[in-house]
Write a protein that binds this ligand. Structure first.
Ligand code: SF4
Length: 350
C-alpha cells in the first residue's frame, strides 16, 4: 500500500470510530504520522492537552514513557494505546528505582538535609510514584526552571533525575544555584558536610544518546560557513553546546522560535533530526540546518502500518495488546507528581 492509500485508510477507520479516538504525536515522529495526528507537541503540551481531551481512545505516537504518562493522567473511561510498545527511551532506563531510593535515603541520613526529588518526565511510573510520595514533582524541558525555582524558594535541596544535562543547564541559567553530579554509575560521591551544605541541586548521571551527539565543533563549523546563523539547541545537549548557542529551550520553544523568525533567517538547530527535517520543510522561507543529523530510532519505530493496525484493532474491539495499563498502586502518587507539575506551571502564569 502506498502512503496516500494508508492515510486514506487511517482516516476511514478513524471516521468509523466517530470522533471518539484521538491521535497524539510527539514532534519527533515521522512526518507521515504527524500528518494523521489530531495533536502534535512536546511532552508537556501532549500531557496537558490529553488530560483535557474528551476522547475515550487515545493513541500516543511517541516513546513508551509518554504513553505511560498519558495512562497515569487518564480518566476511568479513557484508554491509552501505543502502536509499538518497544519504542523505549534509553534515558528513562538510566534511573533504577532501587538505586534512586537508596541514594535518596543515604543523602538524607548522611547529611541530614531537607531534600525533595524532581524527575524529568522521561522516566517510568515507579520513579514518578516515588517522587509523588516524597512531595516532589515531574518536570519537562519547557518548565524545569519553574519547577526547580519553586522548591528552591522553599529552601529545599533537590535530587534531580535522570538527565544530568537538563539539570546542569537549567541550574547554570539560575543565579547563585550550585548543582553537582552526586552519582556516578549508581555510586554516591563522598563529599564532606560543609561541601554538601553549599549544594542546591544533586544531579543524577543520565543522558540522552541523541542530544549527546552535538559538539562545540558542530557549532563552530556552522558559524564559519554561515556568519549570520543563529544557533538554537535543546537543553539535553552538553553544557558547552548550550553555552555556545544563541538560544536554547524545549522542542516546542524551538518550533515556535523558528516559525516566528524573519523570512531569510538562518538557523543551526541542535535537536532530533526528524524534527529538524520537518522544521526545514515547514519553513521554506528560512534556512534550517541541523547541527548534526541525529535521529531517535525509538521514535521512528512508530509507522503508518502500526498506526493503522492499532486503529483497526480498536475498531474491532481487539486492541488489548496495544493498550497501556498502569498499576493502580503506583498511579495515585505518580499522578500527584504529574499534576504537581501542571499546578506549579499553571499558577506561575497568573
Ligand atoms: S530523543 Fe533522547 S530523550 Fe527523546 S526519546 Fe529519544 S532517546 Fe529519549
Amino acid at each position: 500500500m502506498i502512503e496516500n492509500e494508508k492515510l486514506l485508510k487511517i482516516n476511514t477507520v478513524k471516521d468509523r470510530l466517530k470522533g471518539d479516538t484521538l491521535i497524539a504525536a510527539h514532534h519527533y515522529q515521522n512526518p507521515e504520522i504527524v500528518k494523521c495526528a489530531d495533536l502534535v507537541g512536546d511532552s508537556y503540551k501532549l500531557a496537558h492537552l490529553i488530560s483535557k481531551s474528551s476522547a475515550r481512545n487515545i493513541i500516543l505516537c511517541g516513546v513508551n514513557f509518554m504513553a505511560e504518562s498519558a495512562a497515569i493522567l487518564a480518566r476511568e473511561d479513557q484508554k491509552i494505546f501505543i502502536p509499538d510498545s518497544d519504542a523505549l527511551c534509553p534515558m528513562a532506563e538510566m534511573a533504577d528505582i532501587k538505586v534512586v531510593e537508596k541514594v535518596y535515603e543515604m543523602l538524607r541520613s548522611r547529611y541530614n538535609i531537607d531534600l525533595v526529588p524532581v524527575v524529568y518526565v522521561n522516566s517510568y511510573i515507579d520513579l514518578k510514584n516515588f517522587v509523588g510520595r516524597e512531595g516532589g514533582s515531574t518536570c519537562t524541558s519547557s518548565n524545569a526552571k519553574i519547577i526547580l525555582q519553586y522548591y528552591l524558594k522553599k529552601n529545599k535541596k533537590i535530587l534531580f533525575l535522570p538527565d544530568y544535562f537538563l539539570g546542569a543547564n537549567t541550574a547554570n541559567a539560575m543565579k547563585d544555584v550550585n548543582a553537582r553530579k552526586i552519582i556516578e554509575n549508581g555510586e554516591i560521591e563522598d563529599f564532606d558536610n560543609d561541601y554538601v551544605k553549599e549544594i542546591n541541586i544533586f544531579l543524577w548521571d543520565g543522558f540522552c544518546p541523541i542530544h549527546q551527539q552535538f559538539t562545540l565543533n558542530d557549532i563552530l563549523v556552522l558559524r564559519k560557513n554561515y556568519p549570520e546563523i543563529k544557533v538554537i539547541v535543546h537543553p539535553e545537549s552538553k553544557e558547552e553546546v548550550v553555552n555556545n548557542s544563541d538560544y536554547y529551550g524545549s522542542t516546542e520553544y524551538i518550533y515556535d522560535m523558528i516559525k516566528k523568525s524573519k523570512k531569510g533567517s538562518v538557523w543551526g538547530v541542535g535537536t532530533e533530526g526528524t524534527f529538524v527535517q520537518r522544521l526545514a520543510l515547514e519553513n521554506p522561507d528560512k534556512k534550517v540546518i541541523p547541527l548534526k543529523d541525529a535521529r531517535c530510532f525509538n521514535m521512528a519505530k512508530i509507522n503508518l502500518d502500526k498506526l493503522l493496525d492499532t486503529l483497526q484493532a480498536i475498531s474491532d474491539n481487539k486492541a488489548e495488546k496495544y493498550q497501556v495499563k498502569v498499576e493502580n498502586n503506583l498511579k495515585i502518587n505518580a499522578s500527584k507528581a504529574l499534576n504537581k507539575m501542571i499546578e506549579i506551571v499553571e499558577s506561575s502564569r497568573i
